[in-house]
Design a binder for this molecule. Structure first.
Ligand code: ADE
Ligand code: ZN
Length: 326
């Protein structure tokens, strides 16, 4: 099995990973018990049975319920450290993790506990294992822009710990235009900008994210294939697309891996890379995303290397660090 060996052997960059989406059922149960939080499952098997999604929203409902067990700074440390152990298994040497502050601050968990726990685990990952990382704060698009502005204000004391802002949650009906002003404000504060666009919603959301939010990367973006104009634009600008194959299958964006369009996007010349989104919910971490693609699409070894290198090209790291992996 040359391909799995190659995938395992390549150092990789993770650019699209929701830390709350790395909460494994075992840790969910342990924290539920410790914090006295009710969860609607009797057993680990019961949880895994519930992870059968029909679309993005059916996943989000379960994902936000799971996040309720996260209460203290230590919980966020343990969550992040468990993910770092997965980075070691998957040869991820650089990771840019999303977190959703509003999911926690809405429940009364202080912003400082969330960022403090994540940051401490990432610092240990660097000192103990040399893993580099940064943190991206996402606004929940099902909430208002005023809520996003309040969250941006709350984040300012931690500005040095947060490299950028993103946009996630329920996409259809919550277009990028709803957040144009808060993204402009975030840019003025020096944050880098990314946004989920064209995951479930059509390609017009990708155009809007480019035109109105001025993003540096598109998260998902797989619906771009339905617009020739947009495809040309993405190719010309080499705009990064952080594609998450397992997620797209589990959330029924594509029926099966052999229907996934990542090979078409790559062959067209787009800057696409592979990431894991919410690996505890979508049946596997980064290497598994690659092997699932390789099992069902005619990806060559060169294609795999290009996808991995694109991850480093698109990362928020300096040129010296990029050069080490390109
Ligand atoms: N939050 C966590 N995962 C997400 C996804 N795939 N799309 C939108 N919001 C998310
Ligand atoms: Zn995502």
């Amino acid at each position: 099995h040359a391909m799995p060996d190659l995938i395992r052997a390549l150092p990789k960059a993770e650019l699209h990973l929701h830390i709350e989406g790395s909460l494994e059922p075992e840790l969910m149960f342990r924290l539920a018990k410790k914090n006295n939080v009710a969860i609607p499952y009797d057993s680990i098997e019961d949880v895994r049975r519930a992870y059968n999604f029909s679309n993005l929203q059916s996943f989000l409902d379960i994902y936000y319920a799971g996040a309720n067990v996260l209460q203290t700074q230590d919980d966020f440390y343990d969550l992040t450290w468990a993910y770092i152990e997965k980075c070691l298994e998957n040869n991820i040497v650089h990771t840019e993790i999303f977190f959703d502050p509003q999911t926690h601050t809405e429940r009364g968990v202080p912003f400082s506990a969330v960022i403090g726990g994540i940051k401490a685990a990432l610092a240990d990952a660097h000192s103990q294992h040399g893993i580099t990382s940064c943190i991206i704060m996402c606004f929940l698009r099902h909430l208002s822009e005023a809520d996003a502005f309040a969250t941006l204000e709350e984040a300012l004391p931690y500005k040095d710990d947060i490299i950028g802002v993103g946009l996630d949650s329920s996409e259809v009906g919550n277009p990028p235009s709803k957040f144009a002003a808060v993204f402009k404000a975030a840019a003025e504060h020096g944050f880098k900008l990314v946004a989920h666009a064209g995951e479930e919603a059509d390609f017009s959301y990708i155009n809007e994210a480019l035109d109105l939010l001025n993003i540096h990367r598109i998260d998902h973006g797989v619906q771009s294939i339905h617009s020739d104009t947009l495809m040309l634009r993405l190719k010309d600008t080499q705009m990064p697309l952080t594609v998450c194959p397992n997620s797209n299958i589990e959330l029924r964006v594509f029926d099966h891996y052999d229907q996934h369009n990542i090979k078409d996007l790559l062959d067209y010349g787009l800057n696409v890379s592979v990431h894991s989104d919410d690996p505890a919910y979508f049946k596997g971490y980064l290497n598994q995303n690659f092997t699932n693609l390789c099992d069902h699409l005619p990806l060559s070894a060169d294609d795999v290397v290009t996808l991995v290198k694109n991850g480093f090209r698109s990362a928020f790291i300096d040129d010296a660090q990029k050069a080490a992996y390109l």
